[in-house]
Design a binder for this molecule. Structure first.
Ligand SMILES: Nc1ncnc2c1ncn2[C@@H]1O[C@H](COP(=O)(O)OP(=O)(O)OP(=O)(O)O)[C@@H](O)[C@H]1O
Length: 229
């Protein structure tokens, strides 16, 4: 199977005044297209930083990241943005919906910006799939956290990304709501064959993915591939 993400000897250091903090050191792993993958570890271990680097949202100090067959360090900002728009989807802990757009517009507008002629239909179909067929015209402030995250799921899958990065997708939800969101996430993921990379504190959620890496102090302390029964 083709590698969709190949991370080699990654190092990331943040500067704070005269001090330097190395938050990732010697990180290497790879993900095949279509796999489900999770990154777990305690608070501050570097999970979100790693996700941001893999998704091309920030630059590495040392090492390399190949995403969707492209070495990220060779791309300028415009090329990176294009790659993210075309091939990458995101789900965030705090949903990150646009507050002035309705649920339907939050899903359809990105598609319209990509010039998709059937944006409205795709958005409606996806909102129906996540059980929000009666909430098209609601603004984010009129939706519960679980409903907002379901809109975010519909938006993330609407562009049929090759790879989807989810950062603590259940972090702001109660347990029951979180479970429903995860069920939908995995259903949509299976249907669309998307590669899924999840950052989470939730070990039960991580166990649902095929591969798990554990970070501690910016290093990988275990890299586990689950044997499928
Ligand atoms: N922009 C930044 N500037 C300076 N330090 C940063 C920056 N972003 C993150 N850090 C530091 O890098 C370390 C790793 O942060 P990161 O958010 O990646 O950890 P995390 O494992 O995702 O944590 P959490 O589970 O709490 O979200 C932390 O010590 C954090 O304070």
């Amino acid at each position: 199977m083709a590698k969709i993400l190949n991370v080699r000897n990654l190092r990331k250091t943040y500067k704070s005044g005269s001090k330097e903090l190395t938050v990732l050191d010697g990180i290497s792993f790879e993900i095949e297209a279509g796999e489900t993958f999770s990154i777990v570890g305690p608070s501050g271990s570097g999970k979100t930083t790693l996700l941001g680097l893999c998704a091309g949202l920030d630059h590495v100090d040392e090492g390399s990241i190949e995403l969707c067959g492209v070495e990220l360090s060779k791309l300028d900002e415009d090329e990176l943005a294009l790659l993210r728009n075309r091939k990458v989807g995101f789900i965030f802990q705090d949903f990150q919906l646009l507050p002035t757009l309705t649920a339907l517009e939050n899903v359809s507008v990105p598609l319209e910006l990509q010039g998709k002629p059937d944006a409205q239909k795709v958005a409606r179909d996806l909102l129906d799939k996540v059980g929000l067929g009666r909430r098209y015209d609601h603004y984010p402030s009129q939706l519960s956290g679980g409903e907002q995250q379901r809109v975010a799921l519909a938006r993330a899958f609407s562009t049929t990304p090759d790879i989807l990065f989810a950062d603590e997708p259940t972090g702001n939800l109660d347990e029951e709501t979180g479970e429903k969101v995860i069920q939908l996430l995995f259903e949509l993921n299976k249907e669309m064959g998307t590669t899924l990379v999840i950052v989470t504190h939730d070990l039960d959620l991580a166990q649902l993915t095929q591969k798990i890496i554990r970070l501690k102090g910016g290093k990988i302390i275990s890299n586990q591939t689950k044997t499928l029964a």
